[in-house]
Design a protein around this ligand. Structure first.
Ligand code: NAD
Length: 492
């Protein structure tokens, strides 16, 4: 996987040193230690991988689906057998706690399990006698060569939203992981190698924008899956679609949580604090805006401030740590600037996570839990994705007002409500313009057998990641209408 502490691409079944223009340091966000370097591959590496994938596709699509999933079963077992090592790599490159990293691997495995249902999930549909003696069938065929471009915050899980479904349905798959967290995937691909996938079926090309653009423009690549920030998602969708590709592009988020006065306040506070500050707020389903309704305001604010202040911040491999660093120094600076922006726009900084150091990890990118109260609904801070451990509080008098505030934003990844009223919960579920909805749930993450349903600026495309949507995305439907009159066969 590595030569002279530099990562290699995995192309055509071999680890190959990229003919890179340059290399980028991969740093541990808690210690600032340089762990390895990632190649910034040139476009030409994408072409080599795409050609290898196209060659491999000829046989892979003919490999029976029941046989294709045997490779995935082996990969699942290998991921499970190596989960602690993989979790430690995730913690070291992405910063989250070891417990969070283990949970991430479990989510990755869950997607492999669901994709192993491909023999059933990719079945077609048939009707006999659509006219007398004429039958009609719809079958699903793989697209060919497909690719995914993934973000930094779930280096082990997000690639598995795509990879297992793509190969189970008979495609050959190229992954461009985030250049900020390339190590987890590099280790996973050693396990891919061990699982025995034929050369060219699964490949990695490391790099940045040049690799992305080469994927988007390459004539052999039929479909592109993306997860990352909204501006890049929009760009991927437009450029990929202009090149005639199928594209699913998941974007950023700003997820609101409504807290009703009838909610069970102890449970609500615990769950919302976990959602807002888990993974240092770097989850696309993290609660980032709280809207308290009526008398919920004071008690929720008080309890949440306590829960946030007591969170133990540190290096994710230290057992006591409950929240790790953010990904880079630039990210920390951006988050601290946004806190200042919120303050200048009239929010009260109830808990300030800026300018804090963790003893022993003074060079780490730590931002402590931060709480902004009285955030004006029209302010920039109420609408901008912060992607850090910052929770903004707003207030409404009624549930109708709260729902209007939820819907008055461009993102639509997730929205949650905390209440003990079924009628209020139903109204919320029915009216919010968000694709993943939680009722007394802080992180409404769909299981692998449900689509990951971002809406509005959180998603560009129509078929989402995971489950049946994944199978549909990676297959083309073919309709066959046939007539076999008995009298014709009698002629021969
Ligand atoms: P990002 O958009 O910066 O990067 C994502 C990928 O795009 C990386 O592989 C990167 O190399 C590439 N990229 C970055 N800039 C590019 C450019 N100008 N042109 C072409 N390619 C480019 O995202 P990130 O910082 O790695 O991840 C965090 C973001 O991802 C947040 O906005 C978060 O909400 C979002 N996210 C969304 C979901 C979801 O399901 N909707 C899940 C996880 C993360």
């Amino acid at each position: 996987m590595q030569t002279q502490s530099q990562l290699a691409n995995f192309i055509d079944g071999k680890w190959t040193n990229a003919t890179a223009h340059g290399f980028q340091d991969v740093k541990n966000p808690a210690t600032a230690q340089v762990m390895t370097q990632v190649p910034l591959s040139p476009a030409q590496e994408v072409d080599v991988a795409a050609q290898a994938a196209a060659r491999a596709f000829k046989d892979w699509r003919r490999t029976p689906v029941g046989e294709r999933i045997q490779y995935l079963y082996r990969l699942k077992s290998l991921l499970e057998a190596n989960k602690d090592e993989l979790a430690a790599i995730i913690t070291n490159e992405a910063g989250k706690t070891f417990v969070e990293s283990v949970a991430e691997i479990a989510r990755a495995v869950e997607n492999i399990e669901v994709a192993c249902g491909a023999p059933v999930m990719m079945q077609g549909i048939n009707n006999e006698d659509i006219a007398r003696g004429i039958d009609e069938h719809m079958i699903r065929q793989p697209l060919g060569v497909v690719a995914a471009i993934t973000p930094f915050n779930f280096p082990g899980m997000v690639p598995m939203w795509f990879l297992p479904y793509a190969v189970a349905t008979g495609n050959c798959f190229i992954l461009k992981p985030s250049e900020r967290v390339p190590m987890t995937v590099s280790r996973i691909f050693q396990l891919v190698e061990q699982a025995g996938f034929p050369a060219g079926v699964l490949q990695i090309v490391h790099g940045g924008k040049e690799v992305v653009d080469a994927i988007l423009d390459h004539p052999l690549i039929r479909a592109v899956s993306f997860v990352g920030s909204t501006p890049v998602a929009r760009y991927i969708y437009q450029r990929g679609a202009a090149a005639g590709k199928r594209v699913q592009a998941q974007g950023g988020a700003k997820n609101p949580v409504v807290i009703m006065p009838d909610a069970d306040m102890d449970t609500t506070t615990r769950i919302v604090a976990d959602s807002a500050f888990g993974c240092a707020g770097q989850r696309c389903l993290a609660a980032s805006v709280g809207i308290t309704v009526g008398s919920a305001r004071n008690v929720f604010l008080e309890q949440l401030a306590d829960a946030a202040a007591s969170r133990k911040v540190g290096y994710g491999l230290d057992k006591a740590t409950e929240m790790g660093p953010v990904i880079t120094q630039e990210s920390k600076a951006r988050i601290e600037k946004l806190i200042a922006l919120g303050e200048s726009e009239g929010a009260k900084v109830v808990l300030d996570g800026r300018n804090r150091k963790v003893s022993g990890y003074e060079d780490g990118n730590f931002v402590y839990p931060t709480l902004l109260d009285g955030v004006p609904a029209q302010s920039e801070i109420a609408r901008t994705e912060i992607f850090g451990p910052v929770f903004s509080l707003m207030h409404a008098e009624t549930v109708e007002e709260a729902i209007a505030m939820v819907n008055d934003r461009s993102y639509g990844n997730a929205a949650s409500i905390f209440t003990t009223s079924g009628a209020t919960a139903r109204q919320f579920r029915y009216e919010v313009m968000s694709g993943n909805v939680g009722v007394n749930i802080g992180v409404p993450a769909p299981m692998a057998y449900f689509p990951f349903s971002g809406w509005r600026d959180s998603f560009f495309g129509d078929l989402h990641a995971q489950g049946f949507h994944g199978v549909e995305f990676y297959t083309e439907t073919k309709v066959v209408i046939e007539r076999w009159p008995r009298e014709w066969s009698r002629k021969f």
